[in-house]
Design a protein around this ligand. Structure first.
Ligand SMILES: NC(=O)c1ccc[n+]([C@@H]2O[C@H](COP(=O)([O-])OP(=O)(O)OC[C@H]3O[C@@H](n4cnc5c(N)ncnc54)[C@H](OP(=O)(O)O)[C@@H]3O)[C@@H](O)[C@H]2O)c1
Length: 294
C-alpha cells in the first residue's frame, strides 16, 4: 500500500511516521521538505493536485493544517487556503486517480453550546475562522470524493512529546513561574498523538469511511489538564516544584478566537469501527510524560 502523509513535521505527522505499520510505501511532505520529506505548500492547490497525480497513492492522510487558532482570526484567507483548499484539491485529484483520503479535522467545528458529547452526525456550527476553515475542508472533500473513499476523523486537544502543544507549554511555564491561571470553564478531552496516530492507521487497515470522532477517553477542563500535568510531571521527574495552578474563567483570559465551551466528542461508534479500546486521557498523559525530553 502506498500512503502519502502531509504535515509530516507536525505533532501528529511525526507520530504517524513513528507508528507506521510495515510493509508500507510511505511518502511524506512538509512545508520546507528535508528529513526525506517532499516540500509542499498546502496553500498551493495546484501543487497538492500535482503531488497526488504524480504519486497516485492508495491513501493520503492529510495531517497538515493551519492550526494557529487565534492567528487565524487575522489570516482568514491563508487558513482557508490551507484547511479548505488543500483537502478540496486532494479530494479532486484522488477522485481521478482512485485513491482514498483521511482528512483530520477538529472538535472546533462545533459551537459547544449543547453541553453533551457531539455525535459524528450532528450539524457543525464553528465559532471562529479556524473551525470554519476546517468545516469548509470537510465539506469540500465530501462534495468531491466518492463517499466510500473519504474518512473525516475529528479529534480534540491534541498533544504529544514534541511540537507546539499545551503539555509542553505548561511544563515550561510551571518551571518558570510560581503560579498560573488556567481556564476552567472550557471542557473537552486531551488526545495524545500516539493514540490518534494508531486510530489513523486503523482507519486505513479497516478501510473505514464516513465521519468519525476520536479522542482519548474521559473529559477535562484545561485547568484539570494542567493540574494533571503538574502531578504527573512531578512523578515523572520532569518538574521539581511546579507552579500553583489557579482556575480562571474564559472571561479572565480573552483571546482573539472564541472557543467552544464544551466540545467533547462521542467516540463510541469509532472505537467499535476501529476495534480500538478507550484509553483514559490521564493514563495517556502518564505514558506521554515518559517520552518527553526533560
Ligand atoms: N493541535 C490540536 O489541538 C488539534 C485539535 C483538533 C484537531 N487538530 C487537527 O489535527 C491535525 C494535526 O494537527 P497537529 O496538532 O499535528 O498540528 P501541528 O503540529 O500544527 O502540525 C501541522 C503541520 O502543518 C504544517 N503546515 C501549516 N501550514 C502549512 C502550509 N501552508 N504548507 C505546508 N505545511 C503547512 C505545519 O508546518 P509549520 O509548523 O511549518 O507551520 C505543521 O508541521 C490537523 O488537521 C488539526 O487541524 C489539532
Amino acid at each position: 500500500m502506498k500512503v502519502i502523509i502531509t504535515g509530516a513535521a507536525g505533532q501528529l505527522g511525526q507520530a504517524l511516521c513513528r507508528l507506521a505499520p510495515a510493509p508500507l510505501e510511505l511518502i511524506t511532505t512538509s512545508r520546507t521538505g528535508g528529513d526525506g520529506s517532499i516540500p509542499l505548500d498546502l496553500a498551493d492547490a495546484e501543487a497538492c493536485r500535482a503531488l497526488v497525480q504524480e504519486h497516485r497513492p492508495d491513501w493520503l492522510i492529510n495531517a497538515g493544517a493551519y492550526t494557529a487558532v487565534d492567528k487565524a482570526e487575522s489570516e482568514p484567507e491563508l487558513a482557508q487556503a490551507v484547511n479548505a483548499g488543500a483537502p478540496a484539491a486532494f479530494a479532486q485529484a484522488l477522485q481521478a486517480t482512485g485513491g482514498r483520503l483521511l482528512q483530520v479535522s477538529t472538535d472546533f467545528v462545533f459551537n459547544g453550546a449543547q453541553g453533551s458529547p457531539y455525535r459524528h452526525d450532528q450539524p457543525v456550527d464553528p465559532l471562529g475562522v479556524y473551525g470554519a476553515s476546517k468545516a469548509a475542508g470537510e465539506a469540500a472533500a465530501a462534495d468531491t470524493l466518492e463517499a466510500g473513499r473519504l474518512c473525516i476523523l475529528r479529534t480534540s486537544w491534541v498533544y504529544g512529546p514534541v511540537g507546539k502543544n499545551f503539555l509542553l507549554t505548561m511544563l515550561r511555564l510551571m518551571r518558570e513561574r510560581e503560579q498560573l491561571g488556567v481556564v476552567a470553564d472550557q471542557v473537552g478531552c486531551p488526545t495524545a498523538t500516539s493514540g490518534l496516530a494508531r486510530a489513523c492507521w486503523a482507519v486505513l487497515e479497516h478501510g473505514v469511511s464516513g465521519v468519525h470522532h476520536w479522542s482519548d477517553a474521559g473529559a477535562a477542563s484545561w485547568y484539570d489538564f494542567a493540574v494533571a500535568i503538574a502531578e504527573l510531571g512531578q512523578a515523572a521527574g520532569l518538574l521539581e516544584n511546579p507552579a500553583r495552578i489557579n482556575p480562571i474563567t474564559t472571561a479572565d483570559y480573552p483571546t482573539p478566537a472564541q472557543r467552544p465551551s464544551y466540545s467533547l466528542l462521542d467516540c463510541t461508534a469509532t472505537r467499535q469501527a476501529l476495534q480500538l479500546p478507550p484509553l483514559h486521557w490521564r493514563e495517556a498523559l502518564r505514558q506521554v510524560m515518559g517520552d518527553v525530553v526533560a
